[in-house]
Design a binder for this molecule. Structure first.
Ligand SMILES: CC(C)(COP(=O)(O)OP(=O)(O)OC[C@H]1O[C@@H](n2cnc3c(N)ncnc32)[C@H](O)[C@@H]1OP(=O)(O)O)[C@@H](O)C(=O)NCCC(=O)NCCS
Length: 180
């Protein structure tokens, strides 16, 4: 487990699959993700098996929020396409339990991934892609220390319109760890 005060990250289990499917099939969640088609349990099982065969630092981690003595799964996060020569990786996140949106959990999960990426995996640069209409996400990432570095113009088509994709990143040298 990787711990902060209010959240922790744990390995994803096969029994999490129905929860992931529920999150991914919620149109309000999916509109911000790089997937636009409904997801079946069988497809997600196939994805899970492929994930288990991928390098372990890229395995999906479940974000859990502390609720008294219990921990409640609220989302997931992972590094993708880690490049060990250049020491960079893309990070992805989704909080599927919508009542947990805008309560600071997203920024804390990203801060924890940065700490894990820099202090454990010895990465040099962590970046992400976010749609320009995802104002909640952009703000969460700015709070976590990500800086804006570019814009892929009209890179994604959603709801009958093209949208820009923003690139944001944190370099190890500029990363500031904090207690949270
Ligand atoms: C994006 C996501 C990870 C952010 O996590 P979160 O816990 O909701 O975000 P945080 O609470 O840390 O920060 C959000 C900030 O944006 C603000 N915000 C929310 N909606 C907003 C809006 N429409 N416009 C501007 N700011 C907004 C919140 O009030 C909060 O700021 P505050 O603390 O100053 O009040 C989460 O909302 C999520 O997973 N959403 C669905 C899937 C998704 O977007 N995944 C990421 C794809 S790149």
């Amino acid at each position: 487990m990787i711990y902060a005060n209010r959240i922790r990250l744990r390995a994803a289990e096969r029994t999490d699959i129905p929860m992931f499917v529920r999150w991914l099939n919620d149109p309000e969640v999916r509109k911000y993700l790089a997937m636009s088609l409904p997801m079946s349990q069988a497809e997600e099982e196939g994805w899970f098996d492929a994930m288990l065969r991928s390098p372990r630092p890229e395995h999906v981690l479940v974000i859990e929020a502390r609720e008294g003595e219990e921990w409640k799964p609220i989302g997931n996060t992972s590094f993708m396409n880690i490049n060990w020569a250049d020491r960079h990786a893309e990070v992805g996140i989704l909080i599927g339990e919508k009542e947990f949106w805008s309560r600071g959990y997203g920024r804390e999960a990203m801060k924890l991934m940065l700490r894990h990426g820099f202090n454990t995996l010895n990465l040099h640069r962590v970046f992400l892609r976010v749609y320009d209409f995802n104002l909640r996400g952009i703000k969460a990432y700015e709070y976590a220390g990500f800086v804006h570095e570019g814009r892929l113009r009209q890179d994604v088509y959603r709801d009958g319109q093209y949208h820009d994709v923003l690139l944001m990143s944190v370099l190890r040298d500029e990363w500031q760890d904090s207690d949270f």
